[in-house]
Design a protein around this ligand. Structure first.
Ligand SMILES: Nc1ncnc2c1ncn2[C@@H]1O[C@H](COP(=O)(O)OP(=O)(O)OP(=O)(O)O)[C@@H](O)[C@H]1O
Ligand SMILES: [Mg+2]
Length: 441
């Protein structure tokens, strides 16, 4: 075993890949371009698994696609083997979140498909594919079709297809997140075993994830990504040897620290300077009320440690963060050094009855969420007190991607409905005020 490389305490060796000053913007039909990545720098060293940890929409997949040479950076460059990367490069391969297998091909043919572009002779192709299939624990399944396989086995095919080309760099975009908890853990451990035992051709791995524990479990270094635009805001070394124990107090402490770093960002971020185009987390008011009540309970007395809370509520980072953030946006809670705590307003909410809650919620929306105030103003001013949703959607699309714009409008719709601020007519796809007499004119 190559202990000098795969020992986290060892000094980093040469960079096998460098991302330098990468910026990526997407053109929008109207308004400003959407800047998804800004000034991203990172180095991948030989023997390292690097984690890119960030919230949904922070540009992780976009960065991975740039590193894979699938799309271009607007500025900056990727240096691979000492040369700027142009287009897909030999030696860099990728495992995706969804398996993207050809359903009409067998496992063997799916894996061979990874080699076809390279013009390898048929018998050699077969041999390489079978070797990759064996390596990743799929022996006996070469002639099976994807539909006959479980999710975990399908993802193994995804790994085999990425490995068959003998890559030196493996990019992984949330490869475990579509799998159930146990299957994901088995595959992570199997992958790590191969990696530690030097059975993989790979020199370095770049793993995208939104799962803090997964990053601490697998990576030697973790880069924390912020959103809007995505950039690296923290770099954390993971000093533990494999195999790692999730229950080890030092492991827990590091998970805790990363939560802190991610909440510091959220707290010093833009909570006070929201604009109409601010992305809203698509979180239901039921969940928000539930979290406020939980925090106010005897167990938490208004304050909870985020990792402990996530564990107690069986929520993933990607579920707890948006939820806590929505409370922060509305002024019911604050996020600070890995904790979430209720504000006096949050405490009041917990004690209030439904009607008082709704009135308070409407007030918070109008004062703290400019989009809600904007929709309300437009409806107030219009003679029929009605406006089509598409009007607000196209405004949001000037600031956000199409999917983020839709999520944001959906969030404000749910919240506004609860607060009885405005009505949304699903069939007509229009907002209106609750003024039946005005509507009949
Ligand atoms: N081709 C594109 N055109 C316009 N916008 C895009 C395009 N690709 C990505 N985006 C936008 O860029 C932002 C970042 O997307 P990306 O998929 O990189 O995020 P992510 O961090 O991988 O998110 P997730 O955790 O949800 O996978 C999003 O707002 C997305 O809608
Ligand atoms: Mg992604």
């Amino acid at each position: 075993m190559n202990d000098d490389i795969k020992n986290p305490a060892a000094p980093p060796t040469e960079a096998v890949l460098e991302v330098r000053g990468v910026r990526r913007a997407f053109k929008r039909p109207h308004g400003e371009p959407l800047v998804v990545l800004e000034s991203v720098n990172l180095n991948l060293h030989k023997g390292e698994i690097i984690g890119l940890l960030g919230r949904s929409g922070s540009g992780k997949s976009t960065l991975l696609r740039i590193v894979a040479g699938l799309i271009r950076a607007s500025e900056g460059e990727v240096i691979y083997r000492g040369q700027p990367l142009h287009g897909a490069a030999e030696g860099i391969s990728m495992v995706f979140q969804s398996f993207a297998l050809f359903p009409w091909l067998t496992v063997l043919q799916n894996v061979e498909a990874g080699l076809e572009a390279q013009g390898v002779p048929a018998d050699e192709m077969r041999e390489l594919a079978l070797r990759a299939i064996d390596l990743i624990g799929l022996d006996g399944f070469a002639n099976a079709y994807p539909r006959e396989l479980s999710g975990g086995m399908r993802q193994r095919v995804g790994f085999a297809r990425a490995l068959v080309v003998n890559p030196s760099i493996l990019l992984m975009d949330e490869p475990f997140s579509a799998l159930d908890v146990l299957t994901a853990e088995t595959l992570r451990t199997d992958f790590l075993d191969l990696w530690i035992e030097n059975k993989l051709p790979i020199q370095a791995v770049l793993l995208v994830t939104h799962n803090i524990e997964e990053a601490v479990f697998m990576c030697d270094r973790i880069l924390v990504f912020s959103a809007n635009p995505g950039r690296v805001v923290a770099e954390i070394k993971v000093p533990f040897k494999h195999p790692r124990n999730r229950l080890d107090p030092r492991f827990r402490q590091l998970v805790d620290d990363i939560y802190s770093r991610m909440t510091v960002r959220a707290a010093t971020g833009k909570a006070t300077v929201l604009s109409i185009g601010e992305r809203l987390p698509e979180v239901s008011t039921n969940l928000m009320a539930g979290l406020i009540e939980t925090l106010a309970s005897e167990t938490y007395k208004g304050r909870a440690d985020m990792p402990a809370l996530a564990q107690a509520l069986a929520l993933e980072v990607d579920e707890l963060f948006p939820l806590a953030e929505s409370l922060q946006m509305l002024g019911y809670a604050e996020l600070e050094s890995g904790d979430v705590h209720l504000t006096p307003l949050g405490q009041q909410f917990a004690l209030a009855d439904t009607q008082v809650r709704k009135i308070g919620f409407a007030k918070q929306m109008l004062t703290r969420i400019p989009l809600a105030a904007h929709i309300k103003n437009v409806l107030d001013e219009r003679p029929g007190h009605r406006a089509p949703a598409v009007r607000f959607l196209s405004e949001l699309e000037d600031y956000l991607s199409d999917s983020a714009a839709e999520q944001t409008l959906s969030a404000v719709t749910m919240w506004g409905r609860y607060a009885e601020l405005f009505i949304y007519d699903d069939a007509a796809e229009a907002f209106s005020l609750d003024m039946p007499e005005a509507e009949t004119t």
